[in-house]
Design a protein around this ligand. Structure first.
Ligand code: SF4
Ligand code: SF4
Length: 433
């Protein structure tokens, strides 16, 4: 698996040295009423209402939890409008006309160092719940739920590995905001009364290594260290990261907290810092707009709710505009294709990859076994595919597709250009029935 994945073409150099351009003043912003974890919502505003930035304007409801919906600029609620969500589905979005005043809701305030020092884990859990912080690396898992673990934590891991090709949003965030990351880590250490934390990066990120080697010296005695891990894909997957950083091998399905470990993506740590320090939800995030289909790939810092259509002209438009494009939200390995650029940046969109569409012909499976050798969780993707094709539900369940982390390696390695991952995704749906 490792030898193969080292061969994935690294396309990060398109943007890794470019600072994030601030684009925080689009005319309209669009806030999703639903997401993968919360299918329904109640709105607290009506058309024509004024909203302040960070104001709670509704509540999403899911089977396990609720999630406040925050306005990401000040302005006027225009109405609901359908656009594509990162999951590729047309979704209702709350359309807000920006008044460009950026009036902050009164719920935002600055906590003094003394107030922060007095916060308990339970206090922080409530703050993170109210601020609706989720895993910003793409998982969208609610951070407050992670905080609710009652297991003792003796190691905090911060994931700055960003192992998917193309994406450099976390890379820039780490270079540009090291102190927010360090302070955010200190808050987590305080909450869990934990004395050790490691910031995990790929060993080839020399620029990040230089910055953090220097910054960590200012935090001498804090217990925070830098940890350089391997340069392969999927090193950023939590199981691989934990193994590299601590030597602990999680069992399939085992939670890191079971071994005294808790882990967060670097963007989530910056979100956590703002929630604790300013009582602020995530209203902005860093993203990478890149790919062979775009003139000038760039990193941006944008408001959550920005339309991709507003960013394309800032990248010089499309290269070969006559050619049909493919849009991928997230990385090329684990991301989702959306049908058009009429798509909105939600909290968990890390990147937009624009590619010229190339038609290729899927060929019959030659039973080469590449997909099996590539699978980091030791599944048999080809067998799962065959079971899906024959709708053999019993066999599908026996092949454990639910353990799939959707890393995309089976598709990447397939000799016959078959989208094997797509079959495994379908198998997961069957297995849940
Ligand atoms: S997508 Fe799933 S089945 Fe395919 S290699 Fe990755 S983990 Fe294995
Ligand atoms: S990699 Fe493709 S061709 Fe090879 S066994 Fe798997 S599905 Fe078949």
């Amino acid at each position: 698996m490792i030898a193969k994945t080292k061969g994935i073409k690294d396309t990060k150099n398109l943007t890794s040295r470019l600072p994030a351009i601030r684009f925080t003043k689009p005319e309209y912003l669009y806030i999703a009423t639903s997401n993968a974890r919360c299918a329904k919502a109640d709105l607290y505003i009506k058309e024509g209402d004024h909203v302040d930035s960070c104001q709670v304007i509704g509540m999403r409801h899911g089977p396990f939890f609720e999630q406040p919906i925050h306005a990401t600029c000040s302005g006027t609620f225009v109405g609901l409008e359908k656009h594509y969500h990162r999951n590729g589905k047309l979704t209702d979005f709350i359309k807000i006309k920006n008044d460009f005043k950026d009036t902050l809701d009164k719920s935002c305030f600055i906590r003094t160092p003394e107030e922060i020092a007095s916060l308990t884990k339970e206090d922080m859990t409530q703050i993170l719940k109210d601020c609706a912080l989720v895993g910003l690396g793409g998982s969208s898992f609610p951070t407050y739920v992670k905080f609710q673990t009652d297991k003792p934590i003796n190691m905090i891991l911060i994931n700055g590995i960003e192992c998917e090709p193309y994406i450099t949003a976390d890379h820039r965030l780490m270079l540009e905001f090291p102190y927010r990351i360090m302070e955010g880590i200190k808050y987590v250490m305080q909450a869990f009364k934990c004395k050790h934390a490691k910031i995990c990066i790929k060993s080839k990120y020399k620029d990040i290594k230089e910055v953090y080697t220097q910054v960590i010296k200012e935090y001498e005695g804090s217990g925070i260290e830098l940890c350089c891990v391997g340069n392969f894909y999927p090193q950023g997957w939590e199981v691989e990261m934990i193994k590299s950083a601590t030597g602990i091998q999680l069992k399939p399905g085992e939670l890191p907290s079971n071994r005294g470990i808790i882990n967060f993506n670097v963007s989530t740590i910056v979100g956590l810092y703002k929630a604790i320090k300013y009582n602020m939800p995530v209203i902005k995030r860093d993203i990478t707009v890149t790919g062979d289909g775009i003139m000038f790939p760039k990193n941006f810092r944008v408001r959550v709710g920005t339309s991709i259509r507003d960013l394309i002209p800032l990248c010089g438009g499309y290269k070969n505009p006559d050619k049909e494009k493919v849009f991928i939200l997230g990385g090329p390995m684990m991301g989702m294709a959306v049908p058009s650029d009429d798509c909105i940046i939600t909290k968990t969109v890390t990147s937009i990859i624009v590619l010229d569409k190339t038609d290729y012909q899927e060929e019959p499976c030659v039973r080469c076994g590449s997909c099996v050798l590539s699978c980091p969780v030791h599944l048999e993707p080809v067998q799962i595919m065959n079971a899906v094709k024959t709708l053999d539900k019993e066999r599908i369940k026996k092949l454990n597709p639910l353990r799939c982390i959707e890393c995309g390696l089976c598709t990447y390695s397939c000799t016959s250009k078959i989208n094997v991952t797509d079959y495994v995704r379908r198998a997961k749906l069957f297995a849940k029935l």
